[in-house]
Design a protein around this ligand. Structure first.
Ligand SMILES: Cc1cc2nc3c(=O)[nH]c(=O)nc-3n(C[C@H](O)[C@H](O)[C@H](O)COP(=O)(O)OP(=O)(O)OC[C@H]3O[C@@H](n4cnc5c(N)ncnc54)[C@H](O)[C@@H]3O)c2cc1C
Length: 476
């Protein structure tokens, strides 16, 4: 890492520098893309960045399970060729999303198939460590760590750099730049900065989900396997009013001491959170009813402590609607949209926003068209946000208005949940939407619509035997 500097920069260098605020997922993705066009990209980060997949204070969520959607994996692979292979080298497990990953709703397991959606079970810490290593290895990218960003520097209607304070002194530095990208996450100060610069208030949507998670790591051993494949899989559950508690079990690469792990997480809406104890997790797992989740939380060897995370609301800031956004200033990642984590969308949306930025700089060069960027980013965010909000509003305890369209779609989805356990076509169509490969319109395509409306549904309970068809195929 490079030490902070307060030396004046030569104007020539200034012209081709981009600054990224925050060096987590969105910041690293932004830096990766910006390094294609800018002479220098500087990441300003509050934490000292670890040299591997280790937790840090600025991202407390990173130790909780992070599922990577199939679309997210595609984008990461395109921006970081060989990413999947590197994650397997770290001990991550690759597979097929509808073959090796179990998905259930109302305690019924969706029909399995080999639908070709690539899955990767690996920790968020490992994903971030891999991206960090690759981004910082780029010759024109550096990180200034252990500093707090105070504000981007506005000159007339243009952002021309950023001010930050280093933690070892009270010195305030100003680093000039042509573009500044705010990737400081959910707690981003952009709304306040914009108000200070005289812009209108940013419109914000919120859904009061009151979600609370308890997560823990367990030793992953052969004896815990419920079937031939379950050493390798993830199990995810949809939430419904009949079973409103989110639960997930995800295989993880070995930890520092070489132990293969599961990470399990259970939670609830509107304050229905599990106690941050093993017994609290077990009790939630039993009510969720997923056999593997129950087995691992009851019989598995706990590694470390039970950890808690709470999120009172999901939030979406409509920067695309704002008038007077200064030139040279962009925002990405959770700083724009912070989703209910149970849908696993945040990293994928940040990756898709990076593609928007990439095409914007391919079009405009270093003079990024701010309005167009926010407009295109909003299009990327719109569908996952609607999917998440629709899911949240299907739970009665979540407050919020439920217009007819939301009620109608939720009625259709709840019927789909009853069909998908016996119908691999419906199951795969649903997963392709969840994984952001297809738009929700695909669920209303004639061949899916007809099956959902006309099929009889018998239901397949989540028993270990039912889990057996999820064994991985050749090559896993
Ligand atoms: C419990 C939980 C579970 C989740 N599960 C999933 C999942 O399964 N799948 C998925 O795709 N997504 C998941 N997410 C969302 C995902 O973590 C985020 O979308 C993703 O991390 C992108 O975040 P970001 O980079 O925008 O912000 P963050 O990860 O919050 O990073 C912000 C960075 O900015 C730095 N920073 C903040 N302020 C300053 C400052 N003033 N000066 C300098 N640096 C600063 C911080 O230290 C940090 O490094 C989950 C989130 C939570 C909370």
């Amino acid at each position: 890492m490079t030490a902070p500097t307060s030396h004046p920069q030569s104007p020539q260098r200034t012209l081709s520098r981009a600054i990224v605020l925050g060096a987590s997922m969105a910041g690293l993705l932004a830096a990766r893309v910006l390094s294609e066009r800018f002479d220098e990209v500087v990441l300003l980060e509050r934490d000292q960045l670890p040299n591997g997949p280790l937790p840090r204070k600025g991202t407390p969520h990173a130790v909780h399970p992070h599922g990577l959607l199939a679309r997210g994996l595609q984008v990461l692979e395109s921006l970081f060729p060989g990413f999947t292979r590197s994650m397997q080298d770290r001990g991550g497990l690759a597979g097929d999303m509808t073959g090796d990953v179990a998905f259930e709703a109302n305690r019924e397991r969706f029909a399995a198939s080999r639908g070709g959606l690539q899955a990767l079970a690996v920790s968020r810490l490992a994903i971030e460590a891999e991206l960090r290593a690759r981004v910082l290895a780029r010759p024109n990218v550096r990180a200034i760590t252990g500093v707090t960003v105070l504000t981007p520097a506005l000159v007339a209607s243009r952002i021309e750099g950023a001010r930050y304070r280093d933690h070892d002194s009270t010195l305030v530095h100003e680093l000039p730049a042509r573009l500044v990208v705010d990737c400081t996450g959910r707690g981003s100060q952009s709304p306040r900065w914009l108000r200070d610069w005289g812009c209108d208030g940013v419109q914000e949507e919120r859904v009061e989900i009151g979600i609370g998670y308890s997560s823990a790591y367990f030793r992953r051993t052969g004896s815990l396997a419920m079937g031939p494949g379950l050493e390798k899989v993830a199990v995810f559950g949809a939430v419904t009013n009949a079973q409103p508690r989110p639960g997930v079990l995800l295989a993880q690469e070995p930890g520092a001491e070489g132990t293969p792990r599961w990470v399990a997480s259970v939670g609830g809406f509107s304050g229905d959170r599990a106690e941050a104890t093993l017994e609290g997790m077990r009790s939630h797992a039993r009510s969720i009813g997923s056999p593997e989740l129950i087995k691992v939380t009851h019989d598995g060897e706990l590694l470390g402590e039970v950890m808690r995370y709470q999120m009172p609301h999901s939030q979406l800031r409509h920067y695309e609607r704002l008038r007077g956004m200064p030139h040279g200033f962009l925002i990405m990642g959770d700083a724009i949209a912070s989703f209910n984590p149970i849908y696993g969308q945040g990293m994928t949306v940040a990756a898709c926003e990076a593609l928007v930025l990439q095409s914007e700089i391919a079009r405009s060069g270093r003079d990024v068209n701010t309005r167009r960027f926010f407009r295109e980013a909003a299009k990327v965010i719109d569908t996952p946000w609607r999917v998440a909000v629709g899911g949240d509003l299907s739970i009665d305890s979540v407050p919020g208005r439920r217009p007819f369209a939301v009620r109608a779609i939720n009625a259709y989805i709840s019927r789909l949940y009853r069909i998908a356990p016996q119908d691999p076509v419906v199951s795969l169509a649903f997963q392709r939407v969840v994984h952001m490969i297809d738009t929700p319109a695909a669920l209303f395509a004639p061949r899916v619509f007809w099956r959902v409306l006309h099929a009889r549904h018998a239901g397949a309970r989540c028993t270990p035997d039912k889990a057996r068809p999820l064994a991985p195929g050749p090559g896993l």
